[in-house]
Design a protein around this ligand. Structure first.
Ligand code: GLU
Length: 390
């Protein structure tokens, strides 16, 4: 068995006996799910989807749609336009709380229902069908396959969605929602009722992990900046009123939904997703969280722990008749510039006077502007003449 799949199976086996919590029942259709379903999927940089458990079972995406609709409106209208209508502060309140910023009427963030209804209200289109089509197109591009709406969950949500409608009316009275309330709300209910599997969610997570490029299809779905903005908001607000403790314990931007899905992102490394319908008191999947937490722990994915290899370029030194050539490739981050300088200092000291050193930075796939500036400033002070090619 593939060693990563074996590790994943082990993680799933470790959590499978926990039957605490219960599936959401406030949307009647959600209560009909088999509560024992359990699935886990991971996608790395080469776009290989690995999954275990009930990985073909479809369930509705619910709140996990929120970051992707946010990505849609950020891409088209920009951060400032979005922030006029919705804040970016964790709410510390349940996902369906009726609380808006005093004075402006802005909801706290786009991951709670009010904020998501505000962002969904920004999706352009003449009617619910056109707006839903745009949302489906975006989410499908993130997932790398054509997604569709579960009509019976949609009807169930719409029939019981008065609290969300109340939020819509309140926000329209403040001018936060421009669209007619029924158009914004029915679009929102349809967006929550999009069917996905755990494999779809892992691909969607990995597209955010790799700066907006879907690693399975190779398609750029969002800009790097949009992916970064979405991940920032997921980090502080993605796990309902457990978001702070989640960041502390697991250390990954994540989003969960009331149907039992959860996805998490280890930037530049992995997208992961889990599915198990029983929820805790915050509305997060009990076993889904345990799977992601265990995986983060075993693979050292917590964002805030030190990683030796971050932004280290590959340094290749060759002797040529014209002198020494030092080639940098890969990525040059700020901290790594210091280490490259240390190598250059040693070389400069050991270089006989009269011979030259060239530093070739043309093959760097990415360099952080401040890193290159720091490098240039220091080059002048070295005891040898170094030519920088960039
Ligand atoms: N459709 C659900 C609602 O609006 C989504 C909630 C969630 O997943 O947090 O109530």
């Amino acid at each position: 068995m593939d060693p990563i799949v074996a590790l994943m199976q082990q993680v799933v086996d470790d959590v499978s006996d926990d039957d605490s919590g219960s599936p959401a029942s406030y949307i009647p259709e959600l209560a009909t799910v088999d509560p024992d379903r359990l699935a886990f999927a991971v996608v790395g940089p080469r776009g290989i989807v690995r999954s275990v458990g009930d990985d073909e079972v479809e369930f509705t995406i619910q709140s996990i749609s929120k970051p992707f609709v946010l990505a849609h409106v950020l891409s088209r209208q920009g951060l400032d336009a979005v922030m006029k209508r919705v804040g970016t502060e964790p709410s510390g309140e349940p996902f369906n709380a009726i609380s808006l910023e005093e004075g402006t009427g802005r909801p706290e963030n786009p991951m709670v229902n009010a904020g998501a209804i505000a962002t969904t209200g920004m999706v352009e289109g003449a009617d619910v069908a056109e707006r839903t089509r745009r949302i489906l197109e975006t989410l499908s591009a993130f997932a790398g396959r054509e997604l569709r709406v579960d009509e019976s969950v949609y009807r169930s949500e719409s029939t019981t969605g008065d609290r969300n409608r109340a939020l819509g009316h309140l926000m329209r009275s403040y001018g936060i929602v421009d669209a007619p309330v029924d158009v914004a709300l029915e679009t929102y209910f349809r967006q929550c009722s999009i069917l996905v599997t755990v494999r779809d969610l892992s691909v969607m997570a990995s597209t955010l992990a790799f700066g907006g490029v879907n690693p399975v299809t190779g398609e750029r779905v969002a800009s790097e900046r949009v992916a970064r903005d979405v991940l920032s908001i997921m980090s502080s607000c993605g796990m309902y009123d457990f978001s702070g403790e989640w960041l502390l314990r697991v250390g990954l931007p994540a989003k969960s939904g009331v149907s039992g899905g959860v996805l998490a992102v280890a930037p530049s490394q992995f997208g992961v997703a889990a599915f198990s319908p029983r929820l805790d008191r915050h509305g997060n999947s009990v076993r889904g969280q345990a799977i992601v937490a265990t995986m983060s722990d075993r693979m050292g994915m917590h964002l805030l722990e030190p990683h030796e290899s971050i932004s280290q370029p590959i340094v290749d030194i060759t002797e040529t008749p014209e002198g020494r050539v030092i080639r940098l490739s890969g990525e040059l981050g700020f901290a790594a510039a210091e280490r490259v300088l240390a190598v250059l200092r040693d070389l400069a000291v050991a270089t006989p006077s009269g011979s030259t050193i060239s530093l070739d930075a043309r093959e760097l796939a990415r360099s952080h502007p401040a890193a290159l500036v720091a490098l240039k400033v220091e080059l002048d002070g070295l005891p040898a003449s170094i030519t920088l090619l960039e």
